[in-house]
Ligand binder design. Structure first.
Ligand SMILES: [Zn+2]
Length: 272
C-alpha cells in the first residue's frame, strides 16, 4: 500500500477468521473442517487496518500475540473494539509490550459501554497501580452523538461506528471508507444500515450458518437479506466455527460471498 501519495487507500487484513474457539478448538477438535486445508486454520476474530505506515488493530482476542508476531507488528497506533466478549478482548494485556517499546499509552476506541466493560475486567490496563505496573491504554470512548458519524482516528483516517444487535448486547460495527466490518452480530438495525449505503465490501459475522434460531450470530439467510439491501460488490464471511469447512461454505455461501481466512488482505478506498 505504499504507492498512495494522497493517502486515499488503506489495507484491511483479516488477522483471525475463527469463532470463539478458533479452529481447531482446544483438544485439536477440527469439527467438520478439513485439517489438510490451510485456510481452515483459524485464530480468533480480529483485523488489522494499515494506513499511511500506521497499524490499527480491531479487537485483541486470546490469539493476539500470535497474530501480531505472524504479521510482524512491531508498532501499534491504536486498538478499536467491537464489544467486550473474551474472544475479542482477552489479549489486551499484550499491549503492555507496545506501550513499553513505544514509550506512550496505546489509544483504545469503542463505545462507553464496551470500554467500561473491558475496564471493569482489565482495570490494571487503564490506570497505574505501581511504578512497575503503569497505565497502558488511553480510553477514547464514542459518545452517543458520535455514532453513525465520521470519527477521525488520525488525520486522513476516519471510522463510522454503528450499533448492531448481538444476542443480549449491542456491539459496534465500523464503516471504513467503502468497507464495512460487522462482527459480532445477529442483526443490524435499519438506522445503522443507513450508514452502509454504497459500500463495496461487506465483512460479516456468519457463525449463525444454517441455524434459523441463531440469536447471537448472523446466519446465511440473514446475510443474503443484507446483500440484497446493501448490494456490496463483495461479501466476506468471517467468525467461522469448527463446523464451517472452507471449501464447503464456499459452495454454500449466499450470492457468491467468499469465506475469510487468516491473512486475507482487502483494499479500502477511503474517499467513500
Ligand atoms: Zn461476541
Amino acid at each position: 500500500m505504499s504507492a498512495d501519495p494522497k493517502g486515499q487507500t488503506a489495507e484491511f487484513i483479516i488477522l483471525g477468521a475463527g469463532g470463539s474457539t478458533g479452529v481447531p478448538a482446544i483438544g485439536n477438535i477440527w469439527g467438520k473442517c478439513d485439517p489438510n486445508e490451510p485456510k481452515n486454520l483459524r485464530s480468533r476474530t480480529s483485523a488489522l487496518l494499515k494506513y499511511n505506515g500506521m497499524n490499527f488493530v480491531i479487537d485483541t482476542g486470546p490469539d493476539f500475540k500470535h497474530q501480531a508476531n505472524h504479521h510482524n507488528l512491531t508498532q501499534i497506533d491504536g486498538v478499536i473494539y467491537t464489544h467486550d466478549h473474551g474472544d475479542h478482548t482477552n489479549g489486551i494485556d499484550e499491549l503492555r509490550v507496545y506501550k513499553n517499546r513505544q514509550g506512550a499509552n496505546i489509544p483504545v476506541y469503542g463505545t462507553d459501554e464496551t470500554l467500561g466493560s473491558i475496564e471493569s475486567r482489565h482495570g490494571h490496563m487503564f490506570e497505574s497501580r505501581s511504578e512497575f505496573y503503569a497505565q497502558v491504554v488511553d480510553r477514547h470512548a464514542f459518545k452517543a452523538s458520535d455514532m453513525k458519524k465520521r470519527f477521525e482516528i488520525v488525520s486522513g483516517l476516519s471510522v463510522i461506528p454503528f450499533e448492531m444487535q448481538h444476542g443480549q448486547i449491542m456491539s459496534t460495527g465500523y464503516r471504513i471508507g467503502d468497507l464495512a466490518y460487522c462482527v459480532d452480530m445477529s442483526y443490524i438495525p435499519d438506522e445503522s444500515l443507513e450508514v452502509l449505503k454504497g459500500i463495496k465490501t461487506l465483512i460479516v459475522d456468519s457463525a449463525g450458518y444454517h441455524f434459523p434460531e441463531s440469536k447471537q450470530h448472523a446466519n446465511f439467510a440473514y446475510i443474503q437479506e443484507l446483500q440484497d439491501k446493501l448490494q456490496p460488490q463483495q461479501t466476506v464471511l468471517t467468525v467461522l466455527s469448527v463446523i464451517m469447512d472452507y471449501e464447503t461454505i464456499k459452495k454454500e455461501a449466499p450470492n457468491n460471498a467468499i469465506p475469510a481466512h487468516d491473512g486475507l488482505s482487502l483494499n479500502i478506498n477511503l474517499s467513500h
